[in-house]
Design a protein around this ligand. Structure first.
Ligand code: DC
Length: 215
């Protein structure tokens, strides 16, 4: 079990997928679950201030991950969960304790042989506290904004780097300040600053730490 946590655009998604592929392990993008709850709530007309209703949406979530695609109630939502509106809503949904509790077992069910690489904010601290290896990925806000800018550019989406930087800082502040499972390195997590690293270099570092942890 490898737990990789860190702020948005720290590269944890890419790194976690590279590590999972190299080891032949399963992969969990836990942020996608919060995004799915936010999208399901929007589609059901649930108010983002109604904590009980949001927890009920999370408990009843009918979602599937298959070959890089994400499905909600039988509809393909791979792109829909990545929109800016869903990003903002997911960060609010993630602050609701009942939502986090409702998603715990669903996340733990991904832990199957031969192993799992899970990425998010609380993989090492809450969901998989007994992970063999815990990694906390960081990068400067400027480096992360630049990565996000390039990703959007590659998809043909216009973006403003200053706005992206402000958005990232606002999201960090909200994820770090929330009362339940705030974004912070778990005890025993190894920190990796990826500011001057490629995703491949970061993945190689994690793989070398995994070899050390397995010795
Ligand atoms: O990693 P992401 O940007 O897809 O995550 C979407 C939101 O969900 C983000 O605001 C943080 C939150 N999240 C969380 O609280 N706990 C996790 N394990 C993963 C994501």
């Amino acid at each position: 079990m490898i737990a990789i946590d860190g702020p948005s655009a720290s590269g944890k998604g890419t790194v976690a997928q590279l590590v999972a592929r190299a080891l032949g392990f399963h992969y969990l993008d836990s942020g996608a679950l919060y995004r799915l709850v936010a999208l399901a709530a929007a589609r059901q007309g649930v108010d983002l201030d109604d904590a009980d209703a949001l927890a009920a949406v999370a408990a009843g979530l009918s979602a599937r991950f298959e070959a890089g695609e994400v499905w909600l109630n039988g509809a393909q939502v791979t792109a829909a969960i990545r929109t800016e509106a869903t990003s903002v809503a997911s960060s609010r949904v993630a602050a609701v304790p009942g939502v986090r509790a409702a998603l715990l077992d669903r996340q733990r069910a991904f832990r199957q042989p031969p192993g799992l690489v899970a990425e998010g904010r609380d993989m090492g601290s809450v969901v998989f506290p007994d992970a063999r290896l815990k990694v906390f990925l960081t990068a400067t806000p400027e480096a992360r904004a630049e990565r996000r800018y390039k990703q959007l550019n590659d998809k043909g989406i216009a973006a403003n780097i200053r706005t992206l930087l402000l958005d990232l800082r606002a999201r960090d502040a909200r994820d770090e300040a929330r009362a339940v499972a705030p974004l912070r390195a778990a005890p025993g997590a190894r920190r990796l600053d990826t500011t001057d690293m490629t995703a491949m270099e970061a993945a190689q570092t994690v793989l070398s730490w995994m070899r050390e942890a397995s010795d």
